[in-house]
Design a protein around this ligand. Sequence first.
Ligand SMILES: [Zn+2]
Length: 144
Amino acid sequence: MEVTEVRVFLRNKDSNKKLKAYVTVTFDNCFVVRDVKVIEGSKGLFVAMPSAKMKITCPACGHRNVVRSKYCNQCSANIENQQVKPVQTPEEARQTEHKDIAHPITPECREYIQKKVLESYDFEAAKAPGSEEYESAHSHDFID
Ligand SMILES: [Zn+2]
């Protein structure tokens, strides 16, 4: 399996937001995964696969509530004890509240996708207005 295209949609560079870009990844020219994200973490940039928030169903009315709600949003029943097992680590918390929609299942594949995505991200970020490379490329226009 090969990554055949990576499309990078940069977020506003001026903001201090941790989300740097949305990315669409194409595999073997025939399978597309959208909503991949480039995120600035404490140890540098990393790639997050698309995920969805987990929901729990209210036993009283059937309304689907966000995980870890105390009361049902629709009928206000107490749903605290409907929750899944107690959460221990931040990573467990993330997995309890989100489920991945599409993700690699081997470290090699995760590494490969991350490398491809970050290469494209670096390339696009360097071309974007406001970056050093962009400014030096365009400053030549004003030299006589
Ligand atoms: Zn309810």
